[in-house]
Design a protein around this ligand. Structure first.
Ligand code: CIR
Length: 263
Protein backbone atom coordinates (compact mmCIF):
# COMPACT_ATOMS: atom_id res chain seq x y z
CA UNK A 1 0.00 0.00 0.00
CA UNK A 2 1.29 3.47 -0.88
CA UNK A 3 2.02 5.94 1.91
CA UNK A 4 -0.55 8.33 0.44
CA UNK A 5 -3.53 6.02 -0.06
CA UNK A 6 -6.04 5.96 2.77
CA UNK A 7 -9.47 4.47 3.40
CA UNK A 8 -10.25 6.71 6.38
CA UNK A 9 -9.81 10.15 7.86
CA UNK A 10 -10.80 11.61 11.22
CA UNK A 11 -11.65 15.29 11.56
CA UNK A 12 -13.05 17.37 14.41
CA UNK A 13 -15.42 20.28 14.01
CA UNK A 14 -13.94 23.66 15.02
CA UNK A 15 -15.43 24.96 18.28
CA UNK A 16 -16.37 28.47 19.37
CA UNK A 17 -13.28 28.44 21.59
CA UNK A 18 -11.10 28.47 18.45
CA UNK A 19 -10.78 32.24 18.96
CA UNK A 20 -8.44 31.36 21.88
CA UNK A 21 -6.32 29.02 19.73
CA UNK A 22 -2.54 29.18 19.96
CA UNK A 23 -0.69 31.37 17.46
CA UNK A 24 2.88 32.55 17.04
CA UNK A 25 1.86 36.00 15.86
CA UNK A 26 -1.55 37.60 16.24
CA UNK A 27 -2.87 38.40 12.77
CA UNK A 28 -6.51 38.70 13.83
CA UNK A 29 -9.28 36.64 15.39
CA UNK A 30 -10.40 33.68 13.30
CA UNK A 31 -13.96 33.87 12.00
CA UNK A 32 -15.74 30.69 13.13
CA UNK A 33 -18.39 30.83 10.41
CA UNK A 34 -15.82 31.05 7.63
CA UNK A 35 -13.66 28.38 9.27
CA UNK A 36 -16.67 26.04 9.42
CA UNK A 37 -17.31 26.63 5.71
CA UNK A 38 -13.68 25.87 4.82
CA UNK A 39 -13.77 22.81 7.08
CA UNK A 40 -16.87 21.52 5.30
CA UNK A 41 -15.13 22.00 1.92
CA UNK A 42 -12.13 20.07 3.24
CA UNK A 43 -14.31 17.13 4.25
CA UNK A 44 -16.05 17.13 0.86
CA UNK A 45 -12.61 16.96 -0.80
CA UNK A 46 -11.52 14.01 1.36
CA UNK A 47 -14.80 12.18 0.68
CA UNK A 48 -14.53 12.84 -3.05
CA UNK A 49 -11.65 10.35 -3.12
CA UNK A 50 -13.91 7.60 -1.79
CA UNK A 51 -12.62 7.73 1.79
CA UNK A 52 -14.75 7.34 4.92
CA UNK A 53 -14.49 10.53 6.96
CA UNK A 54 -15.32 10.43 10.68
CA UNK A 55 -16.48 13.84 11.87
CA UNK A 56 -16.01 14.28 15.62
CA UNK A 57 -18.02 16.81 17.59
CA UNK A 58 -16.46 20.12 18.53
CA UNK A 59 -14.55 20.07 21.83
CA UNK A 60 -15.04 23.45 23.50
CA UNK A 61 -12.52 22.71 26.25
CA UNK A 62 -9.71 22.53 23.71
CA UNK A 63 -9.42 25.61 21.48
CA UNK A 64 -6.96 23.95 19.06
CA UNK A 65 -8.77 20.60 18.87
CA UNK A 66 -9.73 21.08 15.19
CA UNK A 67 -6.04 20.35 14.49
CA UNK A 68 -6.47 16.61 15.11
CA UNK A 69 -3.26 15.62 13.35
CA UNK A 70 -1.20 16.54 16.39
CA UNK A 71 -2.90 13.98 18.64
CA UNK A 72 -1.81 10.73 16.97
CA UNK A 73 0.31 8.96 14.39
CA UNK A 74 -1.64 6.47 12.30
CA UNK A 75 0.33 3.67 10.66
CA UNK A 76 -0.78 0.55 8.78
CA UNK A 77 -0.36 -1.77 11.79
CA UNK A 78 -1.60 0.52 14.53
CA UNK A 79 -1.87 4.01 15.94
CA UNK A 80 0.27 5.84 18.47
CA UNK A 81 -1.33 8.48 20.67
CA UNK A 82 0.97 11.50 20.97
CA UNK A 83 1.95 13.67 23.95
CA UNK A 84 1.58 17.24 22.64
CA UNK A 85 4.24 19.67 23.79
CA UNK A 86 1.76 22.52 24.11
CA UNK A 87 0.29 22.25 27.65
CA UNK A 88 -3.16 23.41 26.51
CA UNK A 89 -3.20 20.59 23.96
CA UNK A 90 -2.08 17.66 26.11
CA UNK A 91 -5.65 16.57 26.91
CA UNK A 92 -6.61 16.40 23.23
CA UNK A 93 -4.63 13.18 22.84
CA UNK A 94 -6.68 11.28 25.45
CA UNK A 95 -9.83 12.61 23.82
CA UNK A 96 -8.78 11.10 20.49
CA UNK A 97 -7.72 7.69 21.82
CA UNK A 98 -11.17 5.99 21.98
CA UNK A 99 -11.86 6.99 18.38
CA UNK A 100 -8.68 5.24 17.28
CA UNK A 101 -9.47 2.19 19.41
CA UNK A 102 -12.82 1.93 17.64
CA UNK A 103 -11.00 1.54 14.31
CA UNK A 104 -7.64 -0.04 15.07
CA UNK A 105 -6.70 -3.35 16.70
CA UNK A 106 -3.55 -1.88 18.21
CA UNK A 107 -3.26 1.55 19.79
CA UNK A 108 -0.08 2.49 21.67
CA UNK A 109 0.66 5.64 23.62
CA UNK A 110 3.63 7.96 24.20
CA UNK A 111 3.79 7.93 27.98
CA UNK A 112 7.18 9.17 29.18
CA UNK A 113 6.77 12.13 31.54
CA UNK A 114 9.61 13.87 29.66
CA UNK A 115 8.46 12.83 26.18
CA UNK A 116 6.75 15.39 23.98
CA UNK A 117 5.76 14.85 20.38
CA UNK A 118 3.06 16.22 18.05
CA UNK A 119 1.84 14.66 14.82
CA UNK A 120 2.61 17.82 12.85
CA UNK A 121 6.29 17.05 13.27
CA UNK A 122 6.00 13.61 11.64
CA UNK A 123 6.26 12.90 7.92
CA UNK A 124 5.68 9.28 6.89
CA UNK A 125 7.17 8.31 3.55
CA UNK A 126 7.33 4.98 1.76
CA UNK A 127 10.61 4.05 3.46
CA UNK A 128 10.90 5.94 6.74
CA UNK A 129 9.28 8.08 9.38
CA UNK A 130 10.91 11.52 9.62
CA UNK A 131 10.38 13.31 12.92
CA UNK A 132 11.40 16.93 13.34
CA UNK A 133 12.49 18.13 16.75
CA UNK A 134 10.77 21.43 17.41
CA UNK A 135 9.42 23.57 20.22
CA UNK A 136 6.68 20.88 20.54
CA UNK A 137 8.66 17.67 19.93
CA UNK A 138 11.75 16.72 21.92
CA UNK A 139 14.42 14.05 21.67
CA UNK A 140 12.75 11.88 24.32
CA UNK A 141 9.50 11.94 22.35
CA UNK A 142 11.27 10.97 19.13
CA UNK A 143 13.17 8.15 20.89
CA UNK A 144 10.02 6.78 22.51
CA UNK A 145 8.17 6.80 19.20
CA UNK A 146 11.08 5.02 17.52
CA UNK A 147 10.99 2.26 20.19
CA UNK A 148 7.23 1.83 19.89
CA UNK A 149 7.03 1.52 16.13
CA UNK A 150 10.22 -0.48 15.44
CA UNK A 151 8.30 -3.77 15.89
CA UNK A 152 5.90 -2.62 13.16
CA UNK A 153 8.89 -2.35 10.81
CA UNK A 154 9.28 1.44 10.78
CA UNK A 155 12.61 3.25 10.83
CA UNK A 156 12.51 6.66 12.49
CA UNK A 157 14.93 9.36 11.38
CA UNK A 158 15.26 12.38 13.65
CA UNK A 159 15.49 15.66 11.77
CA UNK A 160 15.13 19.30 12.79
CA UNK A 161 12.25 21.69 12.25
CA UNK A 162 13.73 25.11 11.32
CA UNK A 163 13.79 27.61 14.21
CA UNK A 164 10.65 29.70 14.34
CA UNK A 165 8.66 27.15 12.29
CA UNK A 166 5.86 25.49 14.29
CA UNK A 167 6.06 21.94 12.95
CA UNK A 168 8.24 19.98 10.54
CA UNK A 169 5.26 19.60 8.19
CA UNK A 170 4.53 23.32 8.32
CA UNK A 171 7.31 23.38 5.73
CA UNK A 172 6.85 20.15 3.76
CA UNK A 173 4.45 17.51 2.48
CA UNK A 174 4.61 14.14 0.79
CA UNK A 175 3.38 14.35 -2.81
CA UNK A 176 3.97 10.73 -3.84
CA UNK A 177 6.25 7.80 -3.03
CA UNK A 178 9.39 9.66 -4.14
CA UNK A 179 8.45 13.32 -4.04
CA UNK A 180 8.35 15.95 -1.31
CA UNK A 181 6.98 19.49 -1.55
CA UNK A 182 9.22 21.68 0.61
CA UNK A 183 10.24 25.21 1.36
CA UNK A 184 13.78 26.02 0.30
CA UNK A 185 14.74 26.75 3.92
CA UNK A 186 13.83 23.24 5.07
CA UNK A 187 15.28 21.48 2.03
CA UNK A 188 18.54 23.40 2.61
CA UNK A 189 19.02 21.37 5.80
CA UNK A 190 19.66 18.33 3.58
CA UNK A 191 16.98 16.23 5.25
CA UNK A 192 15.44 15.18 1.91
CA UNK A 193 18.59 13.78 0.26
CA UNK A 194 17.52 10.88 -1.94
CA UNK A 195 13.99 12.22 -2.53
CA UNK A 196 12.79 14.26 -5.48
CA UNK A 197 11.96 17.69 -4.06
CA UNK A 198 9.66 20.33 -5.53
CA UNK A 199 10.12 23.75 -3.92
CA UNK A 200 7.15 25.95 -3.22
CA UNK A 201 7.33 29.23 -5.17
CA UNK A 202 9.29 32.00 -3.43
CA UNK A 203 6.94 34.02 -1.26
CA UNK A 204 4.46 31.11 -1.09
CA UNK A 205 6.11 29.25 1.82
CA UNK A 206 2.77 29.14 3.64
CA UNK A 207 1.46 26.53 1.21
CA UNK A 208 4.14 23.92 1.91
CA UNK A 209 1.68 22.26 4.26
CA UNK A 210 -0.52 20.41 1.79
CA UNK A 211 -1.63 16.77 1.77
CA UNK A 212 -1.57 14.00 -0.75
CA UNK A 213 -4.79 12.10 -0.09
CA UNK A 214 -5.42 9.31 -2.57
CA UNK A 215 -5.58 10.88 -6.03
CA UNK A 216 -5.69 14.47 -4.76
CA UNK A 217 -3.14 17.01 -3.64
CA UNK A 218 -5.17 19.22 -1.29
CA UNK A 219 -3.56 22.62 -0.84
CA UNK A 220 -4.58 25.95 0.67
CA UNK A 221 -6.12 28.45 -1.75
CA UNK A 222 -4.21 31.59 -2.67
CA UNK A 223 -0.86 30.24 -3.85
CA UNK A 224 -1.24 30.26 -7.63
CA UNK A 225 2.40 29.84 -8.63
CA UNK A 226 2.88 26.72 -6.52
CA UNK A 227 -0.49 25.39 -7.67
CA UNK A 228 0.60 25.80 -11.29
CA UNK A 229 3.90 24.04 -10.56
CA UNK A 230 2.04 21.09 -9.09
CA UNK A 231 -0.45 20.92 -11.94
CA UNK A 232 2.39 21.04 -14.47
CA UNK A 233 4.10 18.23 -12.56
CA UNK A 234 0.98 16.12 -13.18
CA UNK A 235 -0.79 16.26 -9.81
CA UNK A 236 -4.55 16.63 -9.48
CA UNK A 237 -4.82 19.67 -7.22
CA UNK A 238 -7.76 20.73 -5.07
CA UNK A 239 -7.58 24.14 -3.35
CA UNK A 240 -9.35 24.76 -0.04
CA UNK A 241 -9.76 28.08 1.76
CA UNK A 242 -7.46 28.23 4.79
CA UNK A 243 -7.49 31.90 5.81
CA UNK A 244 -8.91 31.28 9.28
CA UNK A 245 -6.78 28.25 10.25
CA UNK A 246 -3.72 30.10 8.95
CA UNK A 247 -4.30 32.72 11.67
CA UNK A 248 -3.57 29.88 14.12
CA UNK A 249 -0.63 28.45 12.17
CA UNK A 250 -2.77 25.54 10.92
CA UNK A 251 -2.95 24.08 7.43
CA UNK A 252 -4.18 21.16 5.38
CA UNK A 253 -2.39 18.34 7.22
CA UNK A 254 -3.39 19.53 10.70
CA UNK A 255 -7.10 19.10 10.00
CA UNK A 256 -7.18 15.32 9.68
CA UNK A 257 -5.73 12.00 10.70
CA UNK A 258 -5.41 9.91 7.55
CA UNK A 259 -5.07 6.13 7.60
CA UNK A 260 -6.17 2.68 6.57
CA UNK A 261 -6.90 0.82 9.81
CA UNK A 262 -6.01 -2.79 10.37
CA UNK A 263 -8.46 -4.60 12.64
C1 CIR B 1 -1.03 25.07 17.58
O1 CIR B 1 -0.26 26.02 17.73
O2 CIR B 1 -0.86 24.00 18.13
C2 CIR B 1 -2.22 25.26 16.67
N1 CIR B 1 -2.67 26.60 16.73
C3 CIR B 1 -1.88 24.89 15.25
C4 CIR B 1 -1.55 23.44 15.06
C5 CIR B 1 -1.23 23.09 13.67
N2 CIR B 1 -1.02 21.70 13.52
C6 CIR B 1 -0.22 21.14 12.64
O3 CIR B 1 0.54 21.83 11.96
N3 CIR B 1 -0.17 19.83 12.59
Amino acid sequence: MKSFTFSHAITRKPSGSIVAGLRAVDTGTPDLGLMLAHHADYIVALRSTGATVVELDAAEAFPDSVFVEDTALCLPKGAVVMRPGAPTRLGEAALMEPNLRALYGQVLRIEGADSYIEGGDILVTETEVLVGRSARTNGAGVAELARLIAPWGHDVREVFTPPGVLHFKTDCSLLDAETILSTRRLDASGCFAGYRVIHVADGEEACANTIRFNDLVIMPAGFPRTRDLLVQAGYKVQEIGNSECAKLDGGMSCLSLRFTPKP
